[in-house]
Design a protein around this ligand. Structure first.
Ligand SMILES: NC(=O)c1ccc[n+]([C@@H]2O[C@H](COP(=O)([O-])OP(=O)(O)OC[C@H]3O[C@@H](n4cnc5c(N)ncnc54)[C@H](O)[C@@H]3O)[C@@H](O)[C@H]2O)c1
Ligand SMILES: O=C(O)C(=O)C[C@]1(C(=O)O)C=C[C@@H](O)C=C1
Length: 367
């Protein structure tokens, strides 16, 4: 059945949802944004079938409304919807990274026509805005839904029918449980990444050469410090109780680590690092949590034109789909490593043999 889906807020997340759903072709996608350039871009690039600069006018035409704005703005849009008169029931969802404050607001909605189902696609990036939107952003990602009332629980399948066009996988969670888990696995790491960058920056006056030594490790762990500051401030604010608790835990953890280092407790330290390695290595293997299960290959490549293209082409010839590709370190004339992720163990093995046969030094990570 074709439904009209309104995406309000056509940035990284809203734009990616719109693009994924519009390209799949089952539904009619309309878009609303406060930014006129964003609306124009979304129309020109076929993210939406029609644009609206008036929220209520767009909402009146919709069967499903997805609010993909910053959290505080999402709450305001929910209040606007509450004051509207709808001729039929409308499913309203959101994409906010924190669920409790959204569901608290949903529980205050008095409009009988609105069926609110909280949503949060567990994929994103440090980029923002409609130009960063990608139709495959949610492919294989976990999409959390938080229906909390009897009525919303009965309508989840309708929402899923539309959202499954993004190729994500659904999980139903309680909002508080969601906020605790995302606090640990998503929000808190952002805070630490920014703190690490601040620490490095503060050492730069003593060692002006320091940034040149920022190689793979520092770049890997701090990528997310390049994210959208306004969005993250909003997330920390809405999940502040959990963040404060996690900060207390972290301070205690750092204090005990300090003791391990100061007293050179060698076996304790090895055990601490081993346990962390085992848990981290296991995340990808067991499809646990929000980290999708990918199978990685590391390929040594020369810094010369076409080196990466020939690796990609080799796999494309055998119809092996690359899920992720990252250049780990390339400096002038020096070997660099390419990290490729494929989605099955079979693809990993086949890629390994193809690349080795073609003369590429390749390594598979085993835990
Ligand atoms: N970025 C991520 O990695 C990520 C991942 C999952 C969920 N989220 C959640 O998605 C939401 C949007 O994040 P994003 O990364 O897409 O941000 P973004 O900055 O890329 O996009 C936000 C969009 O909302 C528009 N907007 C702002 N106020 C508006 C209003 N009042 N009415 C209509 N449009 C408005 C902006 O013009 C912009 O196009 C946030 O609630 C965030 O918590 C983000
Ligand atoms: O990949 C990133 O850059 C992200 O930060 C994405 C990420 C995450 O922490 O994993 C960030 C916020 C979300 O609400 C969901 C996903």
């Amino acid at each position: 059945m074709t439904r009209t889906v309104l995406i309000a807020g056509l940035g990284l997340i809203g734009g990616s949802l719109a693009k994924g759903i519009a390209l799949a072709g089952q539904d009619r996608v309309i878009g609303y944004d406060v930014n006129a350039e964003t609306l124009e871009y979304a129309c020109k690039n076929d993210l939406i079938h029609k644009s609206f600069s008036n929220f209520k006018q767009a909402a009146r035409q919709s069967d499903i409304i997805i609010l993909a704005t910053p959290i505080s703005k999402t709450i305001k849009l929910m209040q606007e919807l509450n004051s509207m008169v709808f001729k039929h029931d409308v499913i309203v969802s959101d994409v906010a990274s924190v669920k409790s404050s959204i569901i608290k607001e949903a529980n205050l909605l008095s409009n009988d026509r609105i069926i609110f189902i909280g949503g949060h696609p567990m994929a994103g990036s440090h980029k923002k805005g409609v130009t960063a939107a990608k139709e495959h952003l949610f492919e294989n990602a976990i999409y959390v839904l938080t229906p909390t009332t009897y009525k919303s629980k009965t309508k989840v399948d309708i929402l899923k029918e539309t959202l499954k066009q993004t190729k994500s996988h659904f999980v139903i969670l309680d909002p508080t449980e969601h906020d605790e888990m995302t606090g640990v696995i998503s929000h808190f790491p952002h805070l630490i990444a920014s703190a690490l960058v601040h620490q490095a920056k503060s050492w730069e006056s003593a060692h002006p050469y320091l940034p040149h030594l920022a190689a793979g490790g520092f770049r890997d762990i701090t990528r997310i410090a390049s994210s959208n500051p306004e969005m993250w401030q909003d997330i920390f604010y809405h999940n502040r109780a959990k963040m404060v608790h996690l900060l207390d835990e972290w301070i205690a953890e750092m204090t005990s680590l300090k003791e391990l280092v100061e007293r050179n407790k060698k076996q304790h330290m090895i055990a601490y690092l081993q346990q962390a390695k085992d848990y981290r290595d296991g995340l990808g293997q067991t499809k646990k949590g929000a980290i999708p299960s990918f199978y990685d290959l590391y390929i040594d490549i020369r810094d010369k034109p076409g080196a990466i293209a020939s690796v990609v082409q080799l796999l494309a010839n055998e119809q092996i789909s690359i899920k992720n590709l990252q250049i780990l370190e390339i400096r002038d004339g020096i070997n660099g490593a390419l990290r490729l992720s494929v989605s099955t163990l079979e693809d990993q093995k086949q890629s390994y043999h193809l690349l080795q046969k073609d003369g590429f030094e390749t390594m598979i990570e085993t835990s």
